[in-house]
Write a protein that binds this ligand. Structure first.
Ligand code: LLP
Length: 419
């Protein structure tokens, strides 16, 4: 459930008409609903109420906006970060260092140091090599880094190939067949405090079965490690729950996910950790755009909007579907190709889509843009970085300024030897 709804014939975010935001901030602009973030955070937590001790870390990559992170912090979430930049954001948003988990296959020495200096709660080590490096850096500082070993369970999550992470030939984690041996080795290193395992098999999962198989493998590994005399007090089950992108899509609910987790992890005797991103943020944001022009096509007309693949990359990257709705529905329909202004055919949001009739100047939204939206923006075609707004009841605030093309060009220079 979200808070973007029709009222008196026009779309609102909570109690604010989207047209007002377009007038005051311009388009394209991402609009987030605080109430929706909070609702999703609570529904997720409630869904997992039956699993015993649990820690919730919002996957910052899904939406790193500082205001969003603050909302999550106020909901009692920590952060799952994958770079020094994300770590700095989580801290700036007020998250307790101990509630931060650092994942990622390519953490650099300076990022490991940044995490150690901040006193973060857990490093999710993705390779034996990384474990050795972290241990050496921590030991040199007289520290032991609280760590989990990320395991690649070799399971096909059944999602888009580019967002699958748990197959043997994906770059993530250590192969499950070698995990016990690597865990034992890392446990003996002076700079690590090995406290558990982590796994994450992919994103936008529409089926719980692959997750369940992955968790079963993790459970067997925990038992094997303990039988070998090793300590396991934490198990990080990652994120991955899918969200409905298309009206009518049915996805597993947090309650169904929670029931599955409770069943599979019974008797594990660990603190479970979760790293949800999309399921919290996806439907808490929309991309508000204005129709620039409607151009005749050979088949369907092209609705050219002022948002483009640089603002919302998911359709171009993954062929993803985002529902498109007019802010003031006209009650007539049209079949159209929805495209942005960028000079490549990949800049297409939808082909042959049945939509409400729109005309030049009309406002419209792409739904489910709160996760992996603004954060994946670029400045391709020398377009700026899109602005972001958060709505709270009947008020709203710009939570990220639009970065103009001039500002981006301002960071460039022509060396004097080109004069
Ligand atoms: N934990 C780890 C270690 C991850 O790699 C990810 C996402 C998450 C948690 C959060 O997963 P979620 O709950 O959001 O599914 N840009 C792509 C999605 C990439 C996801 C990468 N990892 C997209 O737009 O679909």
């Amino acid at each position: 459930m979200d808070h973007f709804h029709l009222r008196d014939g026009e779309l609102y975010a909570e109690d604010v008409p989207l047209a007002r935001i377009a007038d005051e901030v311009g388009t394209p602009v991402y609009v987030y609903s605080r109430a929706t973030f909070e609702r999703h955070a609570r529904v997720f937590r409630e869904g997992l109420a039956g699993v015993g001790p649990a820690h919730f870390a919002f996957a910052v990559k899904a939406n790193p906006n500082l205001a969003v992170l603050r909302v999550m912090q106020r909901e009692g979430f920590g952060a799952d970060v994958v770079s020094g930049g994300e770590l700095a954001r989580a801290l700036a948003a007020g998250m307790a260092p101990g509630d931060i988990v650092f994942s990622g296959v390519g953490k650099q020495a300076r990022e490991l140091i940044q995490g150690l200096d901040a006193g973060i709660g857990q490093f999710n080590i993705e390779s034996e090599e990384e474990g050795e490096e972290l241990s050496a850096i921590a030991a040199a500082r007289g520290l032991r880094a609280p760590s989990a070993l990320r395991v690649n369970p070799d399971i096909d999550a059944g999602t888009h190939d580019k967002i699958s992470t748990g197959k043997a030939d994906n770059k993530f984690g250590v192969p499950i067949g070698r995990a016990a041996e690597i865990y034992a080795r890392l446990s003996a290193l002076p700079g690590l405090e090995m406290r558990g395992l982590a796994t994450h098999i992919g994103s936008q999962l529409s089926d719980l079965a692959p997750l369940e198989r992955a968790f079963e493998k993790l459970g067997a590994l925990i038992a094997a490690l303990r039988a070998a005399g090793l300590t396991v007090s934490h198990a990080d089950l990652g994120g991955g729950l899918g969200v409905p992108y298309r009206q009518g899509d049915v996805m597993p609910s947090p309650a169904e996910y929670g029931a599955m987790v409770a069943r599979v992890t019974r008797g594990w005797d660990v603190t479970l950790m979760f790293e949800p991103g999309r399921v919290i943020a996806g439907n808490a944001g929309v991309l508000l755009t204005r129709v620039v022009r409607v151009k005749q096509g050979v088949h369907d007309p092209f609705v050219i909007v002022d948002a483009a693949m640089n603002d919302l990359a998911r359709p171009a990257l993954y062929g993803a579907w985002h529902d498109f709705e007019a802010v003031r529905p006209s009650n007539r329909r049209m079949t159209a190709n929805i495209v942005g202004p960028i000079c490549e055919t990949g800049d297409t949001f939808a082909m042959g889509r049945d939509i409400e009739g729109v005309e030049p100047g009309d406002l419209a939204i792409f739904r489910t843009a709160g996760a992996y939206g603004a954060t994946m923006a670029s400045s391709y075609n020398s377009r700026g970085f899109v602005a972001e707004v958060m709505v709270d009841g009947d008020k709203f605030a710009v939570v990220a300024d639009r970065i103009l093309p001039e500002a981006i060009a301002g960071a460039e220079r022509v060396p004097d030897w080109l004069d």
